[in-house]
Each structure stands twice: as structure tokens, then as C-alpha cells.
Design a protein around this ligand. Structure first.
Ligand SMILES: *Cc1c(COP(=O)(O)O)cnc(C)c1O
Length: 222
């Protein structure tokens, strides 16, 4: 992969944080969050060798990636934003990984649609670690029953947990908590850490970091 200043900076920061935590950098997947970024930056990232992208809206992702995907057969697309049940079919067709399974209705819809399309996507359960009323995610108390429902009853391929810590709290507490919840649930992947805190997330065991502005620069407002 050709290394430009930005990707070199990120890659080095990941490597350093991993070494510091006695972890292998290759166990950490960098998801380049391309939402609200201009086309030229996406093209530059692709030219740079980035192949793993994250989007938070199904429709926007479809416009950007549906055709382009065919040109990059090795790319993987992660849905990191909330999913509505009327978008489930599009989401299953377009994405490879869903980070935001957060309620029964969506879990059921995903399971049906994956069967219908014969596509088994990896799923993360989003946990509302800060129990914020406005934020998606299952509450930590509900997690064991919900994970069991998704896995045993629906047969979803649940690989791990995802969280977005409250903006005004120390993220380390939430990353440590999510790690604890995942080990209790016997799940091995942790989707946590964004531009401002991915190094902290790595020190708490993040396996998937979702980094947007630190790679691409500021987003264009919608
Ligand atoms: C936008 C977004 C990110 C990336 O945010 P940055 O601060 O730009 O790195 C990560 N995760 C989720 C869920 C997002 O919506």
C-alpha cells in the first residue's frame, strides 16, 4: 500500500498504541469512515490502498458505493449508523458488516433478509453503555438476553459489541466496560474508538476502530 502522510500517520499511531498495549497491530481493523466526505477524498483513499469503509446512512452509502464496489472486489463496507427496518433489504445487499443491531425488530428483519438474500453478514450489537435516553443501543442489563435471542433464536452471526461513549465522559470507562461485557457474553470483537480516542480504545482491546475525520479531514455538513 502506498503510504501518504495521512495514512502513514494513522497506521503509525495504531501500531504505537498496539505495542503499548502489548497487542498485535494486525488484530486491529481500521474502518475508514467515509460519510459526508467529498468524492476526491474517497478516490484518494482508494488509491492509497484503503479498502475498508464505514458509512452511517444506508441511502447515502448506496449512492456512493453500490456501483463503485464492483471495481474493488476486495473492499468491505461497514454500516455504523442506525438501521430502520424498511432499509434492511438494501443494507443486507450492500454492506458486509452491521455494527448497530440494537433491538428485536431490527434483529428479526436482518435475520429474515439475510436468509432471503442468502448473505450472512457479521453483526455487532450496539450497547448504550452510558444509558443515554437519546442514544441507540441495548442497555447493558438487557444485553445477555438480547445476545442470546440474536444468536440462538435468530441465528445471527454476532461477532462482538459496539459502543459510542457519551460525549462528555471519559471514554476509557466505557471502553473498559464494553470489553467486560463482551467477555461475559463470550464475544471476541469490539467496535470502539473514533478519531479522538482510538488509541485509548486500542488499549482497552478494540478490534475495530471507526476513524473518519482523522483520515479524511472535516466532514461536509449535510
Ligand atoms: C461518524 C462516526 C465515526 C467517525 O467519527 P470521527 O470522529 O470523524 O472519527 C465513528 N463512529 C460512528 C458511529 C460515526 O457515526
Amino acid at each position: 500500500m502506498k503510504v501518504t502522510p495521512v495514512s502513514a500517520e494513522i497506521t503509525n499511531a495504531i501500531k504505537k498504541a498496539a505495542q503499548h498495549a502489548d497487542r498485535c497491530p494486525s488484530d486491529i481493523e481500521l474502518i475508514a469512515v467515509s460519510k459526508q466526505q467529498p468524492e476526491d477524498r474517497i478516490e484518494a483513499a482508494l488509491a492509497d490502498g484503503f479498502r475498508v469503509f464505514g458509512e452511517n446512512r444506508v441511502q447515502e452509502a448506496h449512492t456512493r458505493w453500490a456501483d463503485r464496489r464492483a471495481l474493488y472486489p476486495d473492499m468491505r463496507l461497514h454500516l455504523i449508523g442506525p438501521l430502520q427496518s424498511n432499509k434492511t433489504a438494501d443494507a443486507v445487499a450492500l454492506f458486509d458488516v452491521i455494527h448497530t443491531v440494537d433491538r428485536e425488530k431490527i434483529a428479526r428483519a436482518l435475520s429474515l433478509e439475510m436468509a432471503r438474500q442468502n448473505r450472512q453478514l457479521d453483526c455487532f450489537i450496539q450497547v448504550n453503555t452510558g444509558e443515554e435516553p437519546q442514544k441507540s443501543g441495548v442497555s447493558p442489563k438487557e444485553l445477555p438476553a438480547f445476545a442470546d435471542f440474536c444468536i440462538s433464536e435468530l441465528g445471527l452471526q454476532v461477532v462482538g459489541l459496539m459502543c459510542i461513549p457519551p460525549a462528555d465522559e471519559n471514554p476509557a470507562i466505557h471502553f473498559g466496560f464494553l470489553n467486560h461485557l463482551a467477555s461475559q457474553a463470550g464475544l471476541s470483537s469490539l467496535s470502539m474508538g473514533m478519531s479522538a480516542d482510538f488509541e485509548t480504545a486500542i488499549s482497552f482491546g478494540a478490534t475495530h476502530i471507526r476513524v473518519g475525520s482523522a483520515i479524511f479531514g472535516d466532514r461536509i455538513p449535510r
